[in-house]
Design a protein around this ligand. Structure first.
Ligand code: SF4
Length: 93
């Protein structure tokens, strides 16, 4: 952190872990919260452009871009970013 694309890396991984520990639905809920949709522009694991900037900053040497792909596969149903952004837009009216 910070990711130049605004991906909340720790929260994405936390949501991923939650989806196994407490169920997919709860993980998904946490993933949407982690996107920051309610406080700014939503960012998802799919926004990672694999620039590698986070790799040199991770003290645990986690392969963050590939792990974010796993997060995306598990939690990001097709169309989710567009749906969340639309929902936030409608709620802000
Ligand atoms: S590799 Fe992805 S998550 Fe890491 S800094 Fe770049 S865009 Fe952000």
């Amino acid at each position: 952190m910070p990711c130049p694309k605004g991906v909340n890396i720790p929260m994405c991984f936390a949501a991923y872990n939650t989806s196994f520990a407490h169920g997919w639905y709860q993980g998904m809920h946490q993933y949407i919260t982690a996107s920051g949709a309610m406080v700014g522009e939503a960012r998802f694991a799919s926004d990672c452009v694999k620039c590698g900037a986070c790799l040199e900053k991770c003290p645990q040497h986690v392969q963050i871009p590939s792990e974010l792909t796993s997060v995306k596969r598990r939690l990001q149903i097709p169309g989710l970013p567009a749906l969340v952004r639309l929902g936030v837009k409608l709620m802000s009216r």
